[in-house]
Write a protein that binds this ligand. Structure first.
Ligand SMILES: *Cc1c(COP(=O)(O)O)cnc(C)c1O
Length: 388
């Protein structure tokens, strides 16, 4: 067998964070315990039928069997612009300020290649989606983590970033509503972020995957592009994955600053060949006809949230009631690290949850619950946790 020397970026990847937990889960399952997995951020609800019907119809058109344009159908980009206009009051030029993505993870990952040179610094507000620092590393850049602390409502303290670091930083990654903390940005926070970024020529990358999964009509999550001047510095990544239960379909979009959208497009044209046009056509139908369905989805998550928060509180576990996302971010009881507590919960109850430390050092002391199982299963998981 040959043994090749792999690239540093692969050879030095941090060990798979959840491998140990996976092992414990398998051991517990082997004992015959009924496992309830609340570990993965992947909706259990199906994609609505009207979107599937649109895909089937579009899949029969031969024109859709050919290579798509990497930037997406003009009709898809116009539909994104229309959706942003209706939902956020944000004006986008579909030709220059919107690009289609093969899921927003694809765009987030490729974006680092478009702006990061070896030695460049990117700021990542943490706990964080692991893709941000990994792809900075792939591009030869360096990540500086900005902690999102409980005492600041899990928002990063922008004043804690020194003027020198602002000057050095190429970009800053933010994600609201947040995975894993479920925190929402305030308009003041976004305003200040845009202001600092404009003063210091820093790119703002906003991952907005969860803006539609909210529970209070008076606190609807914002697009960062609602802030005047944001388009000078910001790119926002969005996705149909969580909004319409379409994680497997791989379709999303990046919108905002035209120079940066163009640069991302430039990377994409060299490495991918776009998203299946039939999927884009179905995505258009989702964006244009999906509002009533998303409203139902919000109700389901809200009910699940209430069941689980109550159970945690009964068990004496601290957990804020989130206003958005499909997650609960709860505090590990005193005397355990995140990993120890998560292991104990799996071993004693068969309920799989995610240690906060899996999202970076700033997540230590917390665990994440995904509300992605039917209510009956969530009630069962809740009752097991309550009896811990
Ligand atoms: C789920 C999720 C996404 C969406 O990813 P897709 O590639 O569009 O499916 C993006 N960012 C975060 C933080 C997520 O949790």
């Amino acid at each position: 067998m040959s043994d090749f020397k792999l690239a540093r970026r692969v050879a030095e990847l941090p060990p798979y964070l959840f491998a140990r937990i996976d092992k414990v889960k398998k051991e517990v399952a082997a004992r015959g315990v009924d496992i309830i997995s609340l570990g993965i951020g992947d909706p259990d609800l199906p994609t609505p039928d009207f979107i599937i019907d649109a895909l089937c119809e579009a899949a029969r058109k031969p024109v859709n069997h050919r290579y798509p344009d990497y930037e997406g159908l003009e009709s898809f980009r116009s539909s994104v612009a229309g959706w942003y206009g209706r939902r956020f009051g944000v004006d986008l030029d579909p030709k220059t300020e919107v690009v289609n993505l093969i899921g927003s993870k694809e765009g987030i990952a490729h974006f680092a290649l478009a702006v990061t040179d070896p030695g460049d610094v990117n700021l990542v507000c943490s706990p964080n989606y692991p893709v941000y620092p990994i792809t900075t590393d792939f591009a030869g850049g360096e990540t500086v983590f900005i902690p999102q602390l409980e005492e600041n409502g899990f928002l990063p303290d922008l004043d804690s970033i020194s003027p020198e670091l602002w000057e050095r930083a190429k970009s800053i990654y933010v994600n609201f509503p947040n995975n894993p903390t479920a925190a929402m940005a305030t308009p003041e926070f976004f305003r200040k972020l845009v202001e600092r970024a404009r003063e210091t020529n820093t790119i703002v990358l906003h991952d907005a995957a969860y803006t539609e999964i909210y529970f209070d009509e008076n606190k609807r999550p914002m697009s960062i592009l609602e802030i005047p001047g944001a388009k000078d510095v910001a790119v926002e990544f969005h996705s149909l994955s969580k909004t319409y239960n379409m994680t497997g379909w791989r379709v999303g979009m990046a919108v905002g600053n035209p120079q940066l959208i163009g640069a991302l497009g430039n990377i994409k044209t060299n490495v991918d060949s776009g998203c299946f046009q039939a999927v884009q056509e179905a995505a258009i139908v989702a964006m244009e006809k999906g509002d009533a369905h998303v409203a139902e989805t919000r109700k389901i998550y809200r009910q699940r949230r209430d069941v689980m928060v109550e159970a945690l509180h009964k068990a004496g576990i601290e957990c804020r009631v989130p206003d958005a996302t499909i997650y609960l971010w709860a505090k590990v009881p005193a005397g355990y690290t995140s990993a120890q507590f998560v292991t104990k919960v799996i071993e004693e109850t068969g309920v799989v949850i995610t240690p906060g430390s899996g999202f970076g050092a700033a997540g230590e002391g917390f665990f994440r619950i995904s509300l992605t199982v039917p209510t009956e299963r969530l009630e069962e998981a809740a009752s097991r946790i309550s009896s811990l």
